[in-house]
Design a protein around this ligand. Structure first.
Ligand SMILES: Cc1ncc(COP(=O)(O)O)c(C=O)c1O
Length: 399
């Protein structure tokens, strides 16, 4: 086993060797610009881009022409929301989204609010789920788009995407989902769910960074979108700029590998994840799971270790890469907006650790991480007056 151990697969993933292999020829051998229509170099690059587009479309049950390549999910989210708002001004000026969305959705909405767009930020319950009745109630004749992520990047909660799609279709509003954390991990098809726009990115699925895509439904109904990047009219005029050919090829290969291995990989990660949580709760008290107990990504475990400050725990294990629920860049770490939206006890917000398992996580690594976490939580709690009080009270009650 090699140290340090990477257990932060929601932040990013290493590129799978099969993906690297698929990308390699497109850096220096087949380097053409896919927009060069007059010669072979261009044709070869264009062919690679179009077969990547077809592959991705097939994997999500879409039409080839519905896939637009971007620089990643941040750009896809911006293009989806700003593009719809601009194109459908005549119809309305209302967006519905959720408090626990990624910042690339929330900050896009905040910016649009400054120009007069109305935004409803739906709350979530303690598990991170939205209330479907509430969604139905907040949609008005002025609503043009509902943007709700498929699965959350911090707590792994999976929303009821099919029901949300149904509600949006009945109410005649577009449904956009940020599927960055879900695609390639759980089944996703635009045929079985009435999704109109999907954002995703390469680097969360063992593909390269700096490349992503936006699925834009082209029929029943056709989704019209205003481009946010003007230029040479690439991607049917919806996203100008020379395509990142090796990136596009890598994105398609990464998605293909992920979808093909999804079932086995998801079962493997689920058993590793359950083994982690079982041992944590067996060997430690005052441990709480954040997010939904069942409707969650199989590789996500977000746990609060009460009486232990999240950043202190991380700093005590420098040989393990994990993520905390609060930003440690400031003197007073602020809990993340996602954890805050769950309205949990304050102590749970400041003691949350996200374990993100992935394709290269082994049982040996899991056991090592468990040993270190259990040892360090116990050590840090020795200095915690609140933990001492809890222990004294429980001894008192057992007498
Ligand atoms: C849910 C979600 N949406 C969007 C993004 C942004 O993706 P990208 O890094 O490709 O811009 C991320 C990555 O952190 C994410 O987890």
């Amino acid at each position: 086993m090699m140290l340090p151990i990477y257990m932060d697969y929601h932040a990013t993933t290493p590129v799978d060797p099969r993906v690297v292999e698929a990308m390699m020829p497109f850096f220096s051998e087949r380097f053409g610009n896919p927009a060069s229509r007059q010669h072979q170099f261009g044709w070869i690059a264009e062919e690679a881009v179009e077969s990547a587009r077809t592959m991705i479309a097939q994997l999500i049950g879409a039409e080839t022409k519905d896939i637009i390549f971007t620089s990643g999910a941040t750009e896809s989210n911006n293009l989806a929301i700003k593009g719809i708002v601009e194109a459908w001004k005549q119809k309305g000026n209302h967006i519905v989204t959720v408090q626990t969305e990624h910042k690339s959705v929330l900050d896009t909405c905040k910016k649009l609010e400054k120009s007069g767009v109305l935004v409803t930020y739906l709350p979530v319950d303690e598990y991170g789920m939205i209330d479907l009745n509430q969604l139905q109630d907040v949609i008005t004749p002025k609503t043009i788009i509902v943007s709700i992520m498929t699965a959350n990047n911090e707590i792994g909660t999976i929303q009821e995407i099919e029901q949300i799609g149904k509600i949006c279709r009945e109410k005649d509003v577009f449904f956009h989902t940020d599927a960055t954390q879900a695609i390639g991990k759980i089944p996703l098809s635009v045929k079985s769910s009435q999704i109109d726009l999907i954002s995703f990115t390469g680097h969360k699925i063992y593909g390269p960074k700096g490349v992503g895509a936006l699925y834009v439904r082209s029929s029943s109904p056709r989704v019209r979108l205003s481009p946010q990047m003007e230029g040479g009219g690439h991607e049917h005029g919806m996203r100008s700029g020379t395509l990142n050919v090796p990136g596009v090829v890598g994105l398609a290969k990464a998605l293909e590998v992920s979808v093909q291995s999804m079932e086995d990989e998801s079962n493997r990660l689920l058993s590793l994840r359950d083994r982690m949580f079982d041992r944590l709760t067996r060997e430690l008290d005052e441990v709480f799971l954040n997010g939904h107990p069942a409707r969650r990504l199989s590789h996500n475990l977000n746990v609060s270790f009460l009486h232990v400050e999240d950043n202190a725990l991380m700093m005590s294990m420098k040989d393990i890469a994990l993520s905390t629920g609060s930003a440690c860049s400031t003197a007073n770490p602020e809990p993340s907006h996602v954890l805050k939206a769950l309205r949990l006890r304050t102590e749970r917000l400041h003691s949350a650790i996200r374990f993100g398992l992935g394709r290269f996580t082994t049982a040996e690594e899991v056991d090592y991480v468990l040993d270190r976490v259990i040892e360090n939580v116990k050590k840090l709690r020795e200095h915690s007056p609140t933990y001492r009080k809890v222990r004294e009270q429980s001894i008192f009650h057992s007498l």
